[in-house]
Design a protein around this ligand. Structure first.
Ligand code: ATP
Ligand code: MG
Length: 582
């Protein structure tokens, strides 16, 4: 088997032609791929590779999950293995079918396919219960009737060993009897728990007789009221891996200490070769929060318009915002897989999105804050169709659109200054500028609104010989500006989104504040007076464009209608940031 060498080459990304700029295959395998390659070579799993993505269905997926998805599905695809989609649904209080649906939709949208390998931990309850009974029979688990508080105290501290529970030496018969009655619903929540009998003096606190089962009289979204006894994550997760024949169980660093429980359980209950857990650094991204609980709070408190608010770091939000799956995968490949936690700048994500969109978003002109311009020497009623390229040269793509030019046009207010600074490259009184794809115009006169004093209109002339002619002299020092013909332009709503939080690390809060206090109220600006060129009238929801000099935009999936377009700004253009080569 020939291994693909780069982490970027997940199956969904092998189309050479759509490879975005900035793509540089990494020479070295990351540590996870090294491990997988080693295991294939040694034959420990008979050459098999099985990974899994195990979300709890208690919220929408975010960009951190996207990293995990790209790693798990990516490794499976690169090494000819499978990646299971498993819902880790062992907590009846917070889980919901709507999250199961959104998670599946998001993983598919990112470009990955679990095929027939869709699993639910809640389908293993009976099997897990039987495995717990085996532990009890083997003297490896016991029912503890202490209160939560007593259990916590008995666990000791990092410097002091824990103490044995008075119930630690219950007989196997008593344990089996109590455990069966816990399942049968004879006891209220908290009356008893099942604990592993490991080592109350263990250096790793997680090994001090961890909880395996707890009583919860709550309705589960899939199992209804069939169970009132629920397995803990530390019990359900490794055993679900083993049940499914997972080979490499890849999770984030905060589970490093849990690996000892993982190993203890799987070694006691399953034969070799059994799954092994490996940890990588979670993604922390500036200007966002990355916890489903906090994102849920934003949604429930109405601080955003929903899980798919275009400012949310959720996959649904990024989709609505206009990010592409390819751009997100490119980002995941560029950040790579690491063993040390760090923060990633938002520019790195935005840059990947830009690099992907550059070659796939045709160019068009939009005037977001219009200023009226009359071309005095343009024939009254005359219209000329200018053929303007849809693509810049570096994309290698061809095609043009026709942009009508007439006597009255609109330009961006910010492209004219009555008293410009010395280095001004746009329109000024008496100065010339090229209309992008068209003629040079000269500002002969400007008119102020008598009430507000603001510039209300420009009177210009145009140079009929300047179309397509190279600029010379003073003209070379100017920038071409976007424009639309007044009688042909299409009114549009444009939503300019910024970053949801004003602070780079909104979870690292000052005393007395919460992450909500760092929300940026100016992060969603709605512009309703925009005018766009006629070709955009037929934009279908989901179509993406570059509005020249403004950034990348998408016709909103929910609100945009042909003839009455609504655009979201995906990402601006100005950022010159380039990631370091990895
Ligand atoms: P959250 O704290 O946002 O609820 P979680 O870890 O509880 O996240 P799960 O549904 O349990 O969410 O996560 C599913 C998988 O995604 C896990 O394997 C987890 O390690 C991984 N994951 C979650 N957050 C990140 C992140 N920020 N970066 C990388 N992987 C992540
Ligand atoms: Mg979790």
């Amino acid at each position: 088997m020939k291994l693909r060498r780069s982490g970027i080459m997940c199956s969904a990304m092998t189309d050479q032609n759509s490879r975005p700029r900035g793509y540089e295959p990494r020479e070295n395998l990351d540590f996870l791929r090294e491990i997988v390659r080693r295991d294939i070579r040694s034959g420990v799993y008979g050459g098999r590779v099985a990974t899994r993505f195990p979300p709890e269905p208690n919220g929408f997926l975010h960009i951190g999950h996207a990293k995990s998805i790209c790693i798990n599905f990516g490794i499976a695809a690169e090494f000819g293995g499978v990646c299971h989609m498993r819902f880790d649904d062992t907590n009846p209080e917070t889980e919901d079918m709507k999250y199961v649906e959104s998670i599946q939709r998001d993983v598919r949208w990112l470009g990955f396919d679990w095929k027939e390998n869709l699993f639910f931990a809640s389908d293993y309850y009976e099997l897990l219960y039987k495995l717990a009974i085996r532990l009890i029979r083997d003297g490896l688990a016991y029912v503890d009737s202490q209160s939560d508080e007593e259990i916590r105290k008995g666990r000791g501290t990092i410097t002091e060993p824990g103490v044995h529970s008075p119930d630690r030496n219950r007989s196997v018969e008593d344990n089996l009897d109590l455990f069966a009655r816990m399942r049968a619903g004879e006891f209220p929540d908290g009356a008893h728990v099942l604990r592993a009998k490991i080592d109350m003096a263990a250096r790793n606190m997680k090994l001090r007789d961890p909880l395996l089962y707890r009583i919860r009289h709550a309705t589960h979204y899939r199992r209804g009221d069939a169970w009132c006894l629920y397995p803990m994550y530390d019990f359900a997760h490794p055993l679900s891996d083993a049940i499914e024949g997972i080979t490499h169980s890849i999770c984030t660093l905060e589970f490093e200490n849990n690996r000892a429980i993982y190993d203890w359980l799987v070694d006691n209950l399953f034969p070799e070769p059994r799954p092994r857990q490996y940890e990588f650094a979670r993604l922390n991204l500036d200007y966002t929060v990355m916890s489903k609980r906090k994102l849920l709070q934003l949604v429930e408190e109405g601080l955003v318009s929903g899980w798919d608010d275009p400012r949310m770091p959720t996959i649904a939000g990024m989709r609505r915002r206009g990010y592409t799956p390819e751009g997100i995968r490119l980002f995941a490949a560029r950040i790579g897989v690491d063993k040390a936690n760090s923060r990633v700048s938002m520019e790195m994500l935005e840059d990947a999105i830009r690099d992907d969109l550059n070659a796939r978003a045709p160019r068009a002109m939009a005037v977001l804050r219009p200023l009226k311009v009359t071309i005095a020497n343009w024939p009254d009623g005359g219209v000329e169709g200018l053929e303007i390229p849809l693509w810049p040269r570096d994309t290698g793509k061809e095609g043009t659109r026709t942009v009508p030019m007439s006597r009255e046009i609109l330009i961006e207010r910010t492209d004219f200054s009555p008293e410009p600074p010395a280095d001004w490259r746009r329109l000024r009184p008496g100065g010339e500028t090229r209309l992008m794809g068209g003629y040079f115009i000269r500002c002969e006169e400007f008119v102020r609104d008598p009430a507000t004093g603001e510039v209300a209109e420009l009177r210009c002339s145009y140079d009929p010989d300047s179309l397509g002619a190279p600029a010379k002299g003073e003209r070379k020092k100017t920038t071409a500006i976007q424009w639309v013909s007044a009688s042909h332009a299409i009114p549009a709503e444009v939503r300019v989104y910024g970053r949801l939080f004003a602070a780079a690390d909104p979870e690292n809060v000052e005393e007395g504040k919460t992450f909500r206090d760092y929300l940026d109220p100016a992060s969603a600006e709605v512009l309703r007076e925009c005018l766009v060129e006629p070709v955009l009238a037929s934009a279908a929801p989901g179509d993406r464009f570059q509005f020249v000099r403004h950034g990348y935009f998408i016709a909103d999936e929910a609100d945009s209608k042909p003839g009455a377009p609504v655009f979201n700004r995906v990402v601006g253009l100005k950022d010159k940031y380039r990631p370091v080569a990895r």
